[in-house]
Design a protein around this ligand. Structure first.
Ligand code: ADP
Ligand code: MG
Length: 738
């Protein structure tokens, strides 16, 4: 008998070698094998007769190989295969498919799936590039008769699951069909039911066992459309399972956070006046609303955990400063952390400009300071002199001790991700504990009693990642969400143009005109993620070209990640003050840099950038009242997908629209960079396709934790929680919850 947790080697036909191939795909257990779902299904219940095919339809055809061969046209080699059913014949073609040359033998049974088309010249029907599967060898004596018949029953005369091959084609769809069938046959009849009856009832969920069977081996009556769109009861059960336990974990975290002791900041007229005093402009309605939400959190006696989401340029920084003033005016210290040193510096400049006049004491603590200076700043922080401490997230790592931390602001800009955020909260808790320990001299071994537990600082995370709201709510389920959905007034939308780089003389002319009009420009060279060296060289080379020739009469600066911090700082400062007119940069400027007088951005090799990155980059301009222009310059081959990205950039400035398209083009895994962001890597769920189920899962998770009551027993709740913890620890590898 197999259990879901049984190692996959124990499935018949899976040896150590195959187990390795499976492990590389994250399949270690029987349960994980059974969660490897077909990516589509083929209706071989009713395969089509060749003579009844119509042009334009998708069809499955099962027939016998008659002949095959490669022929060459002027453009490319084409592989042609003819299958037959009695006297009827159908031609299939594959372009550039020399690899198929020795694949087929006359007499083989083969299943084909694809779109039927009419050949323009001969008017005969054919299928181009069909999916195919060899079902049986012609008279090759493979296996005995009975075995062969059983095997065929998995491939023909039913709805057949099609799995993605893995291990460079070693494990084929056929292999998966057999392995999964065997695993199901040997699976213990008593599968645990971790979802409480109340929830199952409300969603009409079928049992886990029934779901596993029919998701792989659908009954003949199953709706084909539901199968293809993952909407059968079996799919829904499996998807909901996955989402529900993630949401349960997040919901639990959220409750635990609310149960902790926090600081109840006072927000009286004095504090309000202090905020008003620093504001350099009228806040937008969105900024006002968001500050209200933050302030309400800060007044409450439990720690704030809030995500402030706003498109680039929406004015998050000032909102962060306002929150900082609330904390400082209450006698607490504030830490503001940025993902890069440049951005930390940028915040430091703005903070000094905006806050220092009001008498607030601000320090910048970054890794590049010399040891003496660092020590001195640390002392200021530990003694409570420094009220606003700005740094990179090295602030956490370097064991900075705060005298009286009240608020942590993380400017995430989609760089930190959930994982670091969770770590951060832990760290700040630990810092707090060690601070107490060192202050009260207990040496850190004694954990404070709950009654005297130190208050947790509030945390505000600011991000520019435009996640659709429902997704944000569910994915950052342990955070409350505020959205800045309005840009500050007086901005003219950025005009975006896409040109090929053989037009570069014109582009440089344009840049020159803008500079003559008193504006500044960025010229950005792309990340070639896998080769920072090349990127650097390219940027340096371009800098030489631009500063030495094209713009020899202008002041051109160079900024890249390898410059030492002081130089970076100097270059940034000069650009900010307008002492440089053109800044050649790598994507180090992607994050948060704010120079309103810069109105032009030329992005070279724009086809190599992802959409999110292009949008972030473009967000560096259009920050002042003057009209801004973004020029996307392409060099070389532009793939169809790259063209879609560029078109989207030209079409819209709206971060949410761009995010949605990005999501569509890349899929959720890539979009969120799940691994990097510490987000669960779902096996069966797709947060875009399954957004509705995700919301239901969130709702139900909250309902479960609100129990026990007449609908749900304590025992059911604890069973669900035990299951959730195992999943979080083993499957998602996330920090422990609860
Ligand atoms: P982001 O949300 O990308 O961090 P910033 O906080 O850097 O955006 O703000 C972008 C620019 O808009 C800055 O130059 C800032 O001073 C300006 N700004 C922010 N809020 C307002 C406002 N209410 N009115 C006018 N300008 C504003
Ligand atoms: Mg910002």
């Amino acid at each position: 008998m197999l259990e879901l947790a049984t190692p996959v080697q124990y499935v018949k036909g899976v040896g150590p070698k195959i187990a390795d191939v499976l492990a590389a795909k994250g399949i270690h257990t029987v349960g994980e094998l059974l969660h490897y779902l077909p990516f589509r299904y083929e209706d071989r219940l009713n395969p089509r007769g060749i003579s009844e095919l119509r042009a334009g339809e998708m069809a499955t055809v099962i027939g016998e190989v008659r002949n095959s061969g490669l022929f060459r046209t002027r453009k490319m080699p084409i592989f042609q295969l003819t299958v037959g059913q009695g006297r009827a014949r159908l031609r299939c073609l594959w372009f550039n498919a020399t690899y198929l040359q020795d694949k087929f033998k006359p007499g083989q049974m083969i299943a084909l799936y694809g779109k039927v088309e009419e050949d323009l010249r001969s008017r005969e029907l054919q299928i181009m590039q069909p999916q195919f599967e060899v079902l049986g060898e012609a008279g090759d004596g493979e296996g005995n008769g009975a075995e062969k018949k059983a095997a065929e029953s998995l491939e023909i005369g039913r709805i057949v699951p099609i799995y993605e091959s893995i291990g460079q084609g070693r494990l084929t769809p056929r292999w998966f069909r057999r392995a999964i069938r065997t695993a199901l046959d040997d699976l213990t009849p008593e599968l645990p039911e971790p979802i409480p009856a109340m929830v199952r009832g409300r969603l009409g969920l079928i049992s886990p066992r029934a779901a596993l069977w029919s998701v792989h081996w659908p009954e003949p009556g199953e709706s084909f459309q539901d199968l293809q769109s993952s909407r059968t009861p079996a799919h829904i059960r499996m998807i909901f399972d996955e989402l529900f336990f993630v949401e349960l974990g997040l919901e639990l975290k959220r409750r635990e956070q609310k149960a902790q002791t926090g600081i109840a900041f006072r927000l009286d007229d004095r504090v309000r006046a202090a905020i008003k005093k620093i504001l350099p402009f009228h806040p937008t309605a969105a900024q006002k609303r968001v500050l209200k939400e933050i302030a309400a959190d800060m007044e409450k006696p439990y720690p704030m955990r809030r995500l402030l989401q706003g498109d680039v340029g929406s004015g998050k920084t000032i909102v962060g400063f306002e929150a900082a003033i609330i904390a400082i005016e209450n006698g607490y210290q504030v830490a503001l952390m940025a993902p890069t040193e440049i951005l930390a510096q940028q915040h430091y400049f703005s903070a000094r400009r905006i806050l220092e006049n009001a008498g607030y004491r601000i320090v910048l603590l970054t890794g590049s300071l010399d040891a003496d200076r660092k020590r001195e700043i640390r002392r200021h922080i530990a003694q409570g002199n420094a009220q606003l401490v700005i740094g990179t997230h090295a602030l956490l790592e370097e064991k900075v001790e705060f005298a009286n931390p009240g608020l942590v602001i993380v400017d995430e800009q989609h760089r930190f991700g959930v994982m670091q955020r969770l770590k951060l909260m832990k760290k700040s808790g630990e810092g707090e504990e060690s601070r107490r320990a060192s202050l009260d001299g207990t040496g850190g071994s004694a954990r404070p009693h709950t009654a005297s537990a130190p208050a947790e600082p509030d945390v505000l995370v600011m991000t520019a990642t435009p996640i659709p709201r429902t997704l944000a709510l569910t994915l950052y389920g342990d955070l409350d969400l505020s959205v800045l959905d309005e840009l500050p007034p007086g901005r003219t939308p950025i005009a975006t143009h896409c040109v090929s780089d053989d037009q570069s003389p014109k582009v440089w002319d344009f840049v020159r005109k803008q500079v003559a009009a008193g504006h500044q420009a960025y010229v950005v060279y792309p990340v070639i993620a896998e080769n920072e060296e090349t990127e650097l060289k390219a940027a340096v080379k371009m800098y030489r070209e631009l500063s030495g020739h094209v713009f020899a009469d202008l002041k051109v600066g160079l900024l890249h990640g390898r410059l030492d911090a002081e130089l970076k700082d100097q270059v940034m400062r000069m650009f900010q003050k307008g002492e440089l007119q053109i800044l050649v940069a790598t994507t180090v400027i992607e994050v948060g840099v704010d120079v309103p007088n810069a109105t032009v951005m030329v992005i070279e090799h724009a086809e190599r950038f992802g959409l999110a990155q292009l949008h972030q980059l473009r967000g560096r301009i259009g920050r002042g009242a003057a009209k801004s222009h973004c020029v996307l310059m392409t060099g070389g081959n532009v793939s169809e997908e790259a063209q879609k990205r560029l078109d989207a950039m030209v079409r819209t400035n709206d971060g949410f629209q761009i995010a949605e398209l990005d999501l569509e083009l890349r899929g959720p895994g890539e979009f969120f960079g799940t691994r990097q962001a510490g987000m669960p890597n779902f096996r069966v769920a797709n947060i875009i396709r399954d957004a509705k189920l995700l919301e239901a899962a969130k709702r139900e998770a909250a309902a479960v934790l609100a129990g026990p009551n007449s609908e749900i027993s304590a025992e059911e709740i604890s069973r669900a929680l035990v299951h959730m913890r195992t999943l979080w620890q083993h499957t998602y590898g996330l920090v422990e919850v609860g």
